[in-house]
Design a protein around this ligand. Structure first.
Ligand SMILES: [Zn+2]
Length: 75
């Protein structure tokens, strides 16, 4: 939805506030704060975040490249 190109890009050094994993979602709160979440926690708290967020920058698509034909060499 928000495809504006600004300085919100997430870095490998950005960490999820909940578990410390690499963050893929940055939430700007309407109150002015900022939260970082990994893909897992961003999804888990998505509904609550939407209610308090002024902007949600989501890079979770980088986590799951569209690989419908992924090699299944693991059993
Ligand atoms: Zn997390």
């Amino acid at each position: 939805m928000n495809q504006t190109l600004d300085a919100t890009g997430l870095l490998a050094t950005d960490r999820c506030d909940r578990c410390g994993a690499q963050a893929y979602v940055r939430v700007r709160l309407a109150s002015g704060g900022e939260l970082l979440f990994c893909g897992h926690h961003a999804k888990e708290h998505e509904d609550a975040l939407r209610q308090v967020a002024a902007d949600i920058h989501d890079e979770t698509e980088r986590l799951a490249p569209a690989s419908a034909s992924a090699p299944s060499d693991e059993r």
